[in-house]
Design a protein around this ligand. Structure first.
Ligand SMILES: [Zn+2]
Length: 126
């Protein structure tokens, strides 16, 4: 596996978190990467973190990394935004090193958030 810091995706992720008012997200501790060389063709993106014990062992606060696999590049911009929203929604309110599961991070909730983001971007605040 090869990982490369993705500044363009980092900027898009930060914009989405800001527009969607995800204030529980410590943006300086969320980093976006592109990966290549994975054998899994099915996965588009995934969210990584370090658990509580390792945070204590290393002496750091929780961090999250969002990994975008090659399949992501072939999606259109709206679909990509939905993937970014999906991954951000996995980060729990506690920002503690755990994840929210797919009962919450589901297509329906992602759609709602994406519509909100699209409207905010167009400058329609409702
Ligand atoms: Zn997911």
């Amino acid at each position: 596996m090869k990982y490369e810091y993705a500044e363009d995706l980092q900027n898009r992720m930060e914009e989405i978190a800001k527009f969607l008012e995800m204030e529980h997200i410590a943006i300086e501790r969320v980093k976006c990467f592109r990966s290549s060389g994975s054998s899994t063709k099915r996965i588009i993106a995934r969210c990584h973190t370090i658990g509580k014990l390792m945070q204590k062992a290393i002496g750091v606060k929780a961090h999250y990394a969002i990994e975008f696999l090659e399949r992501f590049e072939r999606m259109n911009k709206d679909e990509q935004d939905k993937v970014i929203i999906h991954e951000l929604m996995h980060i729990p309110k506690t920002f503690g090193g755990g994840f929210r599961q797919h009962d919450f991070v589901c297509d329906r909730n992602v759609e709602i958030m994406h519509r909100k983001f699209a409207n905010m971007k167009r400058g329609r605040f409702f």
